[in-house]
Ligand binder design. Sequence first.
Ligand code: PMT
Length: 317
Amino acid sequence: MASGTWEEFFAVHLPPTDFEDNRSLLKEFCERHDQYGNKIVLVTSGGTTVPLEHNTVRFVDNFSAGKRGAASAEYFLEHGYAVIFMHRQKSLEPFTRHFSGQKLLDMLVMSDRGPNTTICVKPDSVFALAPVLSRYQAAHAAGTLLHVSFTTVSDYFWLLRAACECLAHIGARALLYLSAAVSDFYIPKDRVPTHKMQSGSGAPVIQLHLVPKMLAPLVNLWVPSAYVVSFKLETDENLLIPKAKAALEKYKHKLVIANLLQTRRHRVIMVTPEASQEILLTREEVHASVDIEQMIVGEVVRLHAEHERVTTPRRPR
Ligand code: PMT
């Protein structure tokens, strides 16, 4: 089914219930860091859902764990950016991602019991926890990391536009790093049943419609001076680079980071209108659990600085 326009999408889908709170947080964060002259990056992370019922019992989801976004947010902080981490609720988050599941509990030891119970980090886990905790606390103390979350594709677009409205004021100092896996198909609101679909009514026939691509208004209208980085995910190597180039051609932004589902943890290709550059972890780096995001972010930061240099008018001496 053909997609409607992005304006129609916003006209039909109501903002999420926590929208005004998040908008205030975004505004305050961007104004504060603008005053300091800081660069601000918006990192989007995790997958969006498409509800099949208004009172949602079932929804269409995707594979994204949010590792790309969570890890990248940490490296942007290291490079001195203020970071808006816009993520799917319950997907991986910066810092805590290192200790998800049972890992954290396995690092602890309990001594005594009763009123004098103490819980300590096991000596051999301190070396793993201490550097992460120290970077987390530094970001917290400096107020350089803001979390805002979404679940559905419509929540995502409302938040994305609100963040862009705030970031537009800082011009070329804004960086958009759109690593979330955004649904391409959805069910228009007026076709979604209110209540849980009943199996007794037989197998449902669900017609999905195309979600309008928000990159178009984002690049051209919402943040025209920002450095915009989109991602391109494919499963077929033959489509990867042609589709990344086609996206640059169509949306006229600066950089597409292309990756294949199967190899995304150790290989990406950075595609600009001028060139393509592969980042590939060695076997040793993979074994040592090096984050490819460290290298991706290093390169994006360099390209963003160059963008800022050429787009910001020099002050007369
Ligand atoms: O989260 P992980 O498990 O670590 O995995 C990371 C990742 C594979 C999700 C990430 O590296 C990645 O590739 N993210 C983008 C996935 C995606 O949505 O690709 P796409 O080819 O469908 O979309 C391309 C771009 O269009 C995206 O930057 C998206 O922001 C944008 N888009 C998509 C849909 C839509 N309706 N409007 C959009 O603007």
